[in-house]
Design a protein around this ligand. Structure first.
Ligand code: ADP
Ligand code: TRP
Length: 321
């Protein structure tokens, strides 16, 4: 089984990305053929600053590697290093109904937030479909916000297969219910667009400031509280040891949970949880040549597979004459 997922190199990785996408993906490393890539072409829809994008790409690679991605047990590369994906995106664009893209929430949300839409933003899901279909992926672990993009991918794959003959595997999204939407410090979905993130690789002082800033209600300490609706608990439960989570859950229900104390504990828990990765990331960032070499090797492997698919696609669509 082939599992594939990508992440944009736009901004520091936060615990929503980690729980929603990275951790589930890492768990596939020994169970399947894992494909992981950094989607710098998608990032171009919003980042128009060359040095920022190239630095962001190396940093994203360092993040993945530091968090445990082993390039010997998966294929790990940068999207633009396999140019066949752009060719496939164009071919798919030509069979994608406008209405399918017009209905996409992420596009509509960005417009609603006042972003002036470029064509890349509109066509974003088609490039994503090309990413997934080029490698004949079976499973795509993503956060809940990407569910619709996976539906679009499936629609496009069905359309291609019925128009030109069976070519693509129809992929399935894998969305872990448990972490479908990790809340941010303000209780909305954690997202860099909402300025409510807790990044994984922060200095201790900033981490403390962010955790202490998690919005909680004003229920007095001794009163019962609902852990399910508390942002603090919803973050805590993913990182604390299970027995601590059970203790705290009891305290919420029975009364006695003090938000300030829990926040202080959470700072320590997060700091320790990512300690090894933080040290490893520091080493990697200081050796960009090593990161580039790993990515080049990964791109070579990805491209060999991509070439097989694109060759079939060219033949089926009549581009080979
Ligand atoms: P952001 O919303 O901060 O811009 P991205 O859109 O780059 O994050 O998301 C990268 C990956 O992380 C996607 O698979 C996405 O579904 C997942 N993800 C992002 N935020 C969350 C969250 N709050 N909860 C769960 N998964 C998330
Ligand atoms: N759209 C995804 C996001 O913003 C990133 C992405 C691009 C992706 N291509 C993909 C995810 C292919 C999974 C598979 O998070």
């Amino acid at each position: 089984m082939r599992v594939l997922s990508g992440i944009q190199p736009t901004g520091a990785l936060h615990i929503g990305n980690y729980l929603g996408m990275m951790r589930p993906m890492l768990s596939y490393m020994d169970r399947s053929e894992l494909f992981v890539f950094i989607v710098n072409l998608h990032a171009l829809t919003s980042v128009h600053d060359g040095p920022k994008l190239s630095t962001g790409t190396l940093e994203a690679a360092a993040d993945f590697l530091a968090l445990g991605l082993d390039p010997d047990r998966c294929i790990f590369w940068v999207q633009s290093d396999v140019p066949e994906v752009v060719e496939l995106a164009w071919i798919l664009t030509c069979i994608t109904p406008m209405g399918l893209l017009e209905r996409c929430h992420s596009y509509k949300d960005k417009i609603a937030r006042g972003l002036s839409p470029n064509h890349g933003l509109f066509a974003y899901p088609v490039l994503m479909a090309a990413d997934i279909l080029l490698y004949q992926s079976h499973v795509v672990p993503v956060g809940k916000d990407q569910k619709q993009h996976l539906e679009v991918t499936r629609d496009i794959a069905f359309k291609f297969n019925s128009t030109f003959g069976e070519t693509f595997v129809i992929p399935e999204a894998e969305i872990s219910d448990e972490v479908a939407t990790v809340p941010g410090t303000d209780g909305q979905k954690m997202s860099k667009s909402y300025d409510n993130t807790i990044e994984i690789f922060l200095d201790e002082k900033t981490l403390k400031k962010k955790v202490m800033g998690i919005v909680t209600d004003s229920t007095p300490v001794d009163q019962p509280k609902d852990p399910e609706t508390c942002n603090l608990f919803q973050i805590y439960r993913h990182f604390a040891p299970p027995d601590r989570v059970a203790d705290l859950q009891r305290l919420y229900v029975e009364g006695g949970a003090a938000y300030g104390t829990i926040k202080k504990e959470l700072v320590g828990i997060l700091w320790d949880y990512f300690r090894e990765s933080r040290d490893e990331r520091e080493r990697l960032i200081n050796d960009p040549g090593h990161i580039r070499a790993l990515l080049a090797k990964g791109a070579q492997k990805a491209r060999d597979i991509a070439k097989g698919t694109i060759d079939t696609v060219r033949r089926r669509t009549g581009l080979i004459y």
